[in-house]
Ligand binder design. Structure first.
Ligand code: BMA
Length: 299
């Protein structure tokens, strides 16, 4: 069972005359608001600092608009070397963005989770007023954070990656995070044997939460997989695929800034399909699809 690549891939590539995105354009968050797919993508220019760009698509494949300037840029010492790999979650009337803040790595050896938010109105009118920037686990090396799209048992739920595992944390105010626990780890002799991490926010279905994740093996090949989480107890993985649902095969996934990488920060459901946005070889952005019914395990 494999995702089907869009034949028009890549859908986003670097733009040479924009210095901030002249070299690499990849790992994009995706969120469906107002019947449009909004993408917040990671971009790099010659300074190799990651900034986030914005593009929007009505059908999920064709880009209708792409902004010439970045919409989220480093603003503190903790993200001096970049804002990477955003995951966006819509909760009520706000969009929450979790990303990796890359600090002064040579000095502090720290990359960590950062959280911010923006009102849906500001987002849709392209007023980039990011609010409440915070560091949920200050000074702890951590990546791949995402928020679930609703509170569970009255608490916000975050998945994140404490190398090599996907872990959970919970909060009542989005400031203080507790209940850190292991959720899912690497499997021996498998495509996800070295480490695992999130993609975009899980999607609630009758059967449970659909959770797409990435796995890395000892050859450092990044693939995507699918799991299903218990609806009321998201720490419980009730299904996990044996084989990856997408692995690097095309030239734009095999060759680039980092070889053999398919890496996703978001997916959306459009009509009866899941559209998975993913970076190819840390260089371009593609999209691949699957029928929702096919992604789930057969009973
Ligand atoms: C991860 C992140 C991603 C990247 C991946 C593969 O650690 O840095 O942004 O796509 O490695 O290089």
């Amino acid at each position: 069972m494999f995702l089907k690549r869009y034949e028009g891939n890549p859908i986003l590539e670097p733009i040479a005359k924009h210095s901030w995105e002249s070299r690499l354009v990849f790992n994009a968050a995706a969120v469906l608001v107002d019947k449009q797919v909004h993408l917040l993508y990671r971009a790099m220019g010659n300074d190799r600092i990651s900034r986030l760009g914005y593009a929007v698509s009505a059908d999920g494949y064709t880009i209708n608009e792409r902004l010439p300037e970045p919409v989220l840029t480093p603003s503190s010492a903790e993200e001096k070397e970049g804002c990477e790999d955003p995951r966006v979650t819509l909760i009520d009337d706000k969009l929450y963005v979790a990303y990796t803040a890359f600090g002064d790595y040579a000095r502090d050896k720290v990359f960590q989770i950062a959280l911010t938010s923006i009102s849906t109105n500001d987002f849709l009118s392209k007023k980039w007023c990011w609010q409440d920037k915070s560091l949920p686990f200050p000074g702890i090396r951590n990546k791949n954070a995402l928020l679930f799209p609703k509170k569970i048992n009255n608490q916000y739920v975050m998945f994140h990656r404490l190398d090599p595992d996907i872990c959970i944390a919970k909060s009542s105010d989005l400031q203080n995070w507790q209940g850190l626990r292991f959720v899912m780890g690497p499997r021996l002799d498998s495509w996800d044997s070295l480490k695992v991490g999130t993609t975009g926010p899980p999607m609630e279905l009758n059967e449970g939460w659909l959770f797409l994740y990435h796995g890395v093996n000892f050859e450092k090949t990044y693939c995507l997989g699918v799991a299903l989480l218990n609806k009321n107890n998201v720490e419980e993985v009730i299904y996990r695929c044996k084989e990856p649902i997408l692995k690097p095969e095309t030239a734009y996934e095999r060759f680039g800034d980092v070889r053999n990488v398919v890496y996703s920060c978001g997916f959306v459901a459009l009509d009866d399909k899941i559209l998975v946005y993913y970076g190819g070889a840390d260089s371009v952005l593609g999209v691949a699809t699957y029928d929702l019914a096919e992604l789930l395990p057969k009973k």
